[in-house]
Design a protein around this ligand. Structure first.
Ligand code: GLN
Length: 489
């Protein structure tokens, strides 16, 4: 088998072959490493990679377990790329920030412990927008490119994780999603990205961006792999006070017929998306209807507030979370005469432009004179959005939208107009503010770039949206692998 072929297989294909011992975990690893060697200098997915010797040793241990057969986890010996804001033993956690460029975490994230228990192997740490603030992975010293067209961004902030899976550098990846950072890069790269319900996956060991919104979740090639990975990383964790108990996803039930399910389309959506993307979305609706799904367009009067509410709340929380980087407790320090000068110099030099902008905005909206006018109002809007969604889910099983209003931006496209990038989050932040689960999966191509379909569900009802996504994916039956062969080094 050619190595890129093996590197491109999804979880089900890999485990079928592993079960029959037709391939080994070591061969899978070598295939991934081959792709990394060939393409990562151009694509920039990884910030750090595990050592070859260590990885081979772990793969060989998994191979022994597969050889022995019984009771093996289906993730054993499968390689996972992890966003560099999640703590993994043996790796730095840099958050793509100068301020953490030498930070070695003293503990491991709960989701990574769970991965290890299942036998999965962390391949390396992937690039992101600094502290997961952004939509392009351009807010980082390393540029990450979209494998479908390297002049375009991979999306963000989990751009590195998406590119690792999209190009075959890794079979699976973990990202984090605060306002769309799993779903949007998945959409831009033709992948499946799942933001779990708030609390389903422990945030212990995830560097905080906006704590009431952050969630860790899977980025994979297909829906089945996302469900499987979600099962491994989910679960109550007493180290995260917002963690909740949840039912496992029953994989066999993904096969269930979805005819008769009721799905809502948020009215006005077509007015905020690119016409070509809207066409793909129309076709996706047609496919769902052919599967027997009942689709109705409904009013969603909160559309005008969602982006503002998200940016006011997330920057407020970020400004407070990032106060801990003071040159004393974490990471780098700029030596100065006294504490105040050291604090100012460290933060001025080691935070990037976008992070500083958000700290300033967050402090502003929390300041005594403006708290009621901005932060409080945003919280009210959040409550209103949650109420609206509750009503919708009393009548419907799911809500669908295009994942993003456009396909992947050109690199540097929105540099002069950051509001353009912020407003492009209009489709993803709804689920973030309400804490509900949402999945993105590919539904077409526009000018050679993937378009994503987003399916949102009721709190903790991932089973429902995964079921719809699985059936949709089966009906579309299209391979969304990028034409890597055309890429120059
Ligand atoms: N684009 C959003 C932002 O910049 C999403 C970030 C995220 O989900 N981490 O805030």
């Amino acid at each position: 088998m050619v190595s890129r072929g093996l590197a491109q297989l999804n979880l089900k294909q890999l485990t079928t072959l592993l079960k029959k011992r037709e391939i080994s975990c070591e061969e899978i690893l070598l295939a991934h490493l081959d792709v990394i060697e060939k393409y990562d200098s151009c694509l920039g997915a990884f910030l750090q990679c595990g050592g070859r010797k260590d990885l081979v040793a772990l793969a060989q241990e998994s191979d022994k377990r597969w050889g022995n057969g019984e009771n093996i986890s289906l993730l054993d010996g499968i390689f996972v790329a992890v966003k560099d804001n999640i703590h993994v033993d043996g790796f730095l956690t840099t958050c793509a920030s100068r301020i953490l460029n030498n930070y070695r975490p003293p503990y491991e994230a709960t989701c990574i412990e769970k991965l290890r228990q299942s036998g999965a192997v962390v391949l390396g740490k992937t690039n992101l927008d600094e502290f997961a603030m952004g939509s392009t992975t351009e807010n980082s010293a390393t540029v990450t490119s979209n494998p479908w067209n390297v002049d375009h961004v991979a999306g963000g902030s989990s751009g590195g994780s998406a590119v690792a899976v999209c190009s075959g550098m890794s079979s699976l990846a973990l990202g984090s999603d605060t306002g769309g950072s799993i779903r949007q890069p998945a959409s831009f790269c033709g992948l499946v990205g799942l933001k779990p319900s708030y609390g389903r996956v422990s945030r212990y060991g995830l560097v905080a961006h906006a704590s009431s919104l952050d969630q860790i979740g899977p980025i994979t090639k297909d829906v089945y792999s996302a469900a499987q990975l979600l099962n491994v990383i989910s679960g109550f964790d007493n180290k995260d006070s917002t963690s909740v108990c949840s039912d496992r996803i029953i994989l066999d039930e993904l096969q269930r017929d979805i005819s008769g399910k009721k799905v809502a389309v948020l009215g006005k959506i077509s007015s905020v998306v690119d016409p070509q993307v809207a066409l793909c979305f129309d076709r996706a609706q047609k496919t769902l209807k052919e599967l027997g799904v009942i689709i109705e367009e409904i009013e969603f009067p909160a559309f005008d507030y969602v982006v503002a509410a998200y940016y006011l709340i997330s920057t407020a929380e970020a400004s407070s979370n990032l106060a801990r980087y003071d040159g004393v407790k974490y990471g780098v320090r700029q030596e100065c005469k006294n504490y105040q000068q050291m604090l100012t110099a460290t933060r001025s030099q080691a935070f990037g432009k976008e992070v500083k902008k958000r700290i300033l905005l967050g402090n502003f909206v929390l300041s005594s004179g403006y708290y009621d006018a901005y932060y409080q109002k945003a919280q009210k809007a959040r409550g209103y959005i949650c109420d609206l969604l509750k009503d919708i889910f009393n009548k419907y099983d799911a809500i669908i939208t295009p994942t993003t209003p456009t396909t992947a931006f050109k690199k540097g496209e929105n540099e002069q107009d950051f509001m353009k990038t912020y407003t492009a989050d209009i489709t993803t932040v709804v689920a973030s503010l309400a804490g509900i689960p949402a999945i993105s999966l590919p539904c077409g191509l526009v000018d050679g770039l993937p378009v994503g379909l987003q399916i949102m569900g009721k709190m903790l009802e991932e089973q429902q949206i995964l079921n719809i996504a699985y059936q949709f994916e089966k009906a579309v039956a299209r391979d969304f692998s990028p034409p890597l062969g055309k890429m120059t080094r």
